[in-house]
Design a binder for this molecule. Structure first.
Ligand code: IPE
Ligand code: IPE
Ligand code: MG
Length: 244
C-alpha cells in the first residue's frame, strides 16, 4: 500500500500565526506576585516568540497586546501595561529592525498616549522595508470596532459616488480593514486555557485553525510555538469543500 499523501496543511501553508497572549495575571497570582510581574514576564515571552518565529520561518506574526475592552481595567494596571509597552518599544525597535522585522500596529490610536503613538509611528516608518518577519501588534484593538470603521468608510465611499453597492465584495471590504496588507491568519493560538476570541480578528479568522493551550503566556516560547505548528500540520483545512 502506498503512503497517503501528506495533509494539505503542509508547513508552507502556515504563513500567518496570530496569538491571543493571555494569562499574565494568573501566572503572577499563582506565584504570589503582583499582576504587573506577570505582564513583565509576558514581555520576555514576546521576545522569545518573535525570535522563534524568525527561526521557524513564519512570515507573519500578529500579537494581541491590549484590547479595546482592556481599557476597563483598573487605572493602575493600564498604567503598568502602557509603561511596559513604552519600555518594550524603546528597548526592542532597533534590534527588531536590525533583525529584518517589519513592525505594524493595528487598533485605535486615539486612546493611546501621544508619546506611544510617536514611538509606533517611528517604528513603522523605520522598519517598512524589512521582510524577514512581519510583526503586527494589536493595541487598543477590537475587531467590531475595526469592522464598524470599514462599514463607515464603505458608506462614505458610496455616498461620494466612489463605490457602487454592487461592486462591494469581500475583497473590497477587506481592503478597508486595518489588516489591509496582511494575509488572513492560518492559525490562531490562545494561551491560558480560555477558549474564546475576545474580539480578535473576527473577520480575518473566518477559516483559521484554532489552538487553545493551557500554558500561561509568560511561559510561552519556542517549544510551545513549534508544538502548535506541529498540531496545525495535522489539521486538514477544507474551507467548506467536501473531504477529498
Ligand atoms: C494578558 O494577560 C494580558 C492582557 C490582556 C493585557 P491577562 O492580564 O489577561 O491575565 P489573566 O487572564 O488575568 O490571567
Ligand atoms: C484578551 O485577553 C486580550 C488580550 C490578550 C490582549 P483578556 O484577558 O482581555 O480576555 P477576556 O476578558 O478573558 O475575554
Ligand atoms: Mg486575560
Amino acid at each position: 500500500m502506498t503512503a497517503l499523501p501528506s495533509h494539505p496543511s503542509s508547513q508552507e501553508d502556515l504563513v500567518h500565526v496570530a496569538i491571543i497572549m493571555d494569562g499574565n495575571g494568573r501566572w503572577a497570582t499563582q506565584r504570589g506576585l503582583p499582576r504587573a510581574a506577570g505582564h513583565r514576564q509576558g514581555m520576555e515571552a514576546v521576545r522569545a516568540t518573535v525570535d522563534a518565529s524568525k527561526e521557524l520561518g513564519i512570515g507573519y506574526l500578529t500579537l494581541y497586546g491590549f484590547s479595546s475592552e482592556n481599557w476597563k481595567r483598573p487605572e493602575s494596571e493600564v498604567r503598568d501595561l502602557m509603561g511596559l509597552l513604552r519600555l518594550y518599544l524603546r528597548r526592542e525597535i532597533r534590534e527588531l529592525h536590525e533583525g529584518g522585522v517589519r513592525l505594524r500596529f493595528i487598533g485605535n490610536r486615539d486612546r493611546l498616549a501621544k508619546d506611544i503613538v510617536r514611538l509606533i509611528d517611528e517604528a513603522e516608518a523605520m522598519t517598512q522595508s524589512n521582510a524577514r518577519l512581519n510583526l503586527t501588534i494589536a493595541l487598543s484593538y477590537g475587531s467590531r470596532d475595526e469592522i464598524l470603521g470599514a462599514v463607515r468608510e464603505t458608506v462614505a465611499k458610496v455616498q461620494a459616488g466612489e463605490l457602487s453597492v454592487e461592486a462591494l465584495d469581500e475583497h473590497t471590504f477587506s481592503r478597508m480593514l486595518s489588516t489591509v496588507e496582511i494575509p488572513d491568519p492560518d492559525l490562531v493560538i490562545r494561551t491560558s486555557g480560555e477558549q474564546r476570541l475576545s474580539n480578535f480578528l473576527l473577520w480575518q479568522s473566518a477559516y483559521a485553525e484554532l489552538i487553545f493551550t493551557e500554558c500561561y503566556w509568560p511561559d510561552f516560547g519556542r517549544e510551545q510555538l513549534s508544538q502548535a505548528m506541529e498540531e496545525y500540520r495535522g489539521r486538514e483545512r477544507r474551507y467548506g469543500a467536501a473531504i477529498a
